[in-house]
Ligand binder design. Structure first.
Ligand code: C5P
Length: 342
């Protein structure tokens, strides 16, 4: 028997990056949202005298046993770490059917790590305790732990400290997949260089301020939704608006003007990404509710009020020669309910 797992990816709704830390990482604040696009992992595992992990993939950019660099694969690291923590030796075969771009900013590689763990646990009939899973995930990569939660998630510290946020209903989403790939480590270095150049300017927002700004926007949205909205609903004026916010935190969040700090580096290095964002955004009546770069890029996404608006945006992006996929945001319950593929 084998276990097939849907490895869903994420987008970032706002991403504020702080100054570099002593350990080389950057403090950040972001909201992750899982979406319905996914790779598929097939995991086969059985206890054995010694551990042997074999990894195959349908994409040359994915580290594999054949390419002799399987140990670099996040799925490999996760499975090796889990077996060690469980105190079990096993023969494990992992096949990764890549449908999502490598280096796209969608966290696809990080999601593969969690899908491999979930497949392994099901195959062995044994699960790591929750805190250990989160710790192992954080060791494998900064945006791995979010996939142990799914739905809408607050990410802080270097992105690995995650907190589930109240979910919004599924919303149509278009993901544009430009041909360029972006190295996350390089994107952080480029952002540092820009901040250093702008450090003299009094008007340029400093990284630490950006972190606080986004934290405040996130806190305000969920405070309004959880506490004030109920009290305000039913009164006049602001009431209609806050009632609306209470129903969809995601819409409330994008109204705060959240931004992704990586856009300034990505757009100056690849100007075509800016025009793809414009195509995702559209104009007037069928405009996106929100459009932005995801993570450090190069994927961009748009969120829409209706499927028709999303389809129109997909067409605009494709007409300009960039691949565009139609999908939807994936709330936590749906994320877990549809994780196992037949
Ligand atoms: O944690 P992960 O392996 O995904 O990070 C890849 C690289 O991105 C790190 O080696 C680091 O250079 C950079 N990074 C960072 N700050 C973060 C997350 C990642 O500088 N919060």
């Amino acid at each position: 028997m084998s276990t097939r797992v849907r490895s869903y990816c994420k987008i970032n709704l706002g991403l504020a990056v702080g100054p570099p830390r002593a350990d080389g990482f950057h403090a950040l604040t972001t909201m992750y949202q899982t979406i319905a696009l996914h790779d598929v992992l097939t995991v086969n595992a059985r206890p054995a005298a010694t551990t042997k992990i074999t990894l195959t993939a349908n994409h040359p950019g994915v580290p594999s046993t054949e390419a002799k660099n399987a140990e670099k694969n996040t799925a490999w690291k996760m499975v090796a770490g889990a077996l060690e923590r469980m105190g079990i030796a096993a023969e494990v075969e992992i096949d990764i059917e890549k449908r999502l771009p490598v280096q796209g900013g969608l966290g696809a590689g990080s999601a593969n790590a969690v899908a491999a763990l979930i497949g392994l646990e099901r195959e062995l009939g044994q699960a790591l305790p929750g805190p250990e899973r989160l710790q192992l995930a954080a060791e494998v990569g900064s945006d791995v732990p979010l996939f142990l939660i799914g739905g809408a998630i607050l990410g802080v510290n270097r992105g690995e400290q995650v907190f589930p946020l109240p979910d919004s209903p599924a919303m149509p989403c278009v993901v544009a997949i430009p041909k360029v790939g972006v190295s996350t480590a390089q994107a952080f270095r480029d952002l540092d260089a820009r901040s250093a150049n702008a450090a003299d300017s009094l008007t340029y927002p400093q990284p630490a301020d950006r972190l606080e700004e986004l934290s405040r926007a996130l806190a305000a949205v969920w405070t309004t939704n959880g506490v004030e909205a109920g009290a305000l609903r039913g009164t006049t004026g602001i009431a209609g608006r806050s009632g609306d916010l209470a129903e969809n935190p995601l819409l409330a969040l994008v109204r705060t003007g959240i931004e992704n700090d990586f856009e300034e580096v990505a757009f100056s290095q690849h100007p075509s990404l800016r025009s793809t964002k414009r195509d995702l955004m559209g104009e007037a009546s069928d405009a996106a509710v929100y459009a932005a770069l995801s993570g450090s890029g190069s994927a961009l996404f748009g969120l829409y009020k209706s499927l028709e608006d999303a389809r129109a945006a997909q067409q605009r992006v494709q007409n300009a020669g960039t691949q565009a996929l139609l999908t939807e945001t994936l709330p936590r319950e749906a994320y877990w309910a549809s994780m196992f593929a037949e």
